[in-house]
Design a protein around this ligand. Structure first.
Ligand code: MLT
Length: 246
C-alpha cells in the first residue's frame, strides 16, 4: 500500500483530499482538547463563534460548560479559559462547548470534507499519527495558523507528526510513502528546529503573547511530546459535530 502524507499551513488553503486529517493548534486549542479528555471530560462540541457557543449551551442544557478564548483569555460568561494547565488543575466538566480564535475554526473547516478528523498536538503526537494511519492511506496535517497567518509552532509540530507517520506507516502495511511539498517542508523545519518544542513555542509570536499574558507554564506543557495517548476524534452526535476521546 502507498501512503501519502500532506501538510497544509493554513485551513483556508485549497485542501487536498485526505482519508484522515490531524488538526494542529499547538498553542493551545488542540492541546487543550487533548487535556480535556485526559482529565476526565467526555464530550466537547466545537463551535466557531462566541454567540454560537451560548446558543449551543441554550440548546444542549445548563450542565454544558463553555470553554475557550478570545485574545488568549476567556470571553465574558465562559466557565473555563483555554489554558490546559488551568483545566488540569480544575478538572474537566463532563460536557463542554469550545470556541477558540483559530483552533476550533480549523477543526470545523477540516470536517467539512473529511470523514476522520483528529485533534493533534505534541502531547498526543504518536497516538494521533497511528490513529490517522489506520483511517486510510492519505493523511493530511492541517495547521490552524494564527489569524490567517503562518504559525511557527503549528508547522514544526506538523513536521514532527510527518516524522512519526513515516516511522509508523510500515507497521501498518505501507510499502511506499510519498510526501507532498508541504509535508517535505514541515519535516525539514522540524529536523532543523526540533526537538525542543517549548523553545520553539517561546520563539513564536503566539508563544510570546501567551507568556506576556502569564501563561508561560502552558508553553512547557504544550511542548511535552507523547505525554498522552488520547486521540480526540470528531463524530456526529445528534446532528452536531462533537469531539470524543479514545
Ligand atoms: C487559538 O485557537 O487561536 C488558540 O488556541 C488561542 C490560545 O489558546 O491562546
Amino acid at each position: 500500500m502507498k501512503y501519502t502524507f500532506d501538510v497544509a499551513y493554513l485551513p483556508c488553503e485549497a485542501l487536498k483530499k485526505h482519508d484522515a486529517r490531524i488538526v494542529v493548534d499547538l498553542l493551545r486549542a488542540t492541546t487543550q482538547i487533548t487535556t480535556f479528555f485526559d482529565v476526565g471530560g467526555e464530550v466537547l462540541v466545537p463551535v466557531t463563534e462566541v454567540d454560537e457557543a451560548f446558543a449551543m449551551k441554550a440548546k444542549l442544557g445548563d450542565d454544558w460548560k463553555i470553554m475557550g478564548e478570545r485574545g488568549g483569555l476567556p470571553a465574558p460568561g465562559f466557565d473555563f479559559g483555554n489554558s490546559p494547565l488551568e483545566l488540569k488543575a480544575a478538572g474537566a466538566p463532563q460536557h463542554a462547548i469550545i470556541t477558540t480564535s483559530n483552533g476550533t475554526r480549523a477543526i470545523m473547516r477540516a470536517v467539512r470534507d473529511c470523514a476522520h478528523v483528529i485533534a493533534g498536538c505534541a502531547r498526543n503526537a504518536e497516538a494521533a499519527a497511528w490513529d490517522a494511519l489506520c483511517a486510510g492511506p492519505s493523511v493530511g496535517v492541517i495547521c490552524a495558523g494564527r489569524n490567517g497567518e503562518f504559525s511557527l509552532e503549528d508547522s514544526v509540530c506538523a513536521g514532527m507528526l510527518v516524522e512519526k507517520l513515516l516511522a509508523l506507516a510500515p507497521s501498518n502495511g505501507a510499502g511506499e510513502m510519498e510526501l507532498t511539498d508541504g509535508a517535505f517542508a514541515a519535516l525539514s523545519l522540524w529536523q532543523s528546529l526540533g526537538p525542543d518544542v517549548t523553545a520553539i513555542c517561546r520563539e513564536s509570536t503566539h508563544g510570546k503573547i501567551l507568556s506576556g499574558l502569564g501563561f508561560d507554564n502552558d508553553l512547557f506543557f504544550c511542548g511535552e511530546i507523547d505525554a498522552s495517548s488520547t486521540v480526540p476524534v470528531v463524530k456526529e452526535i445528534s446532528g452536531v459535530p462533537a469531539i470524543v476521546g479514545r
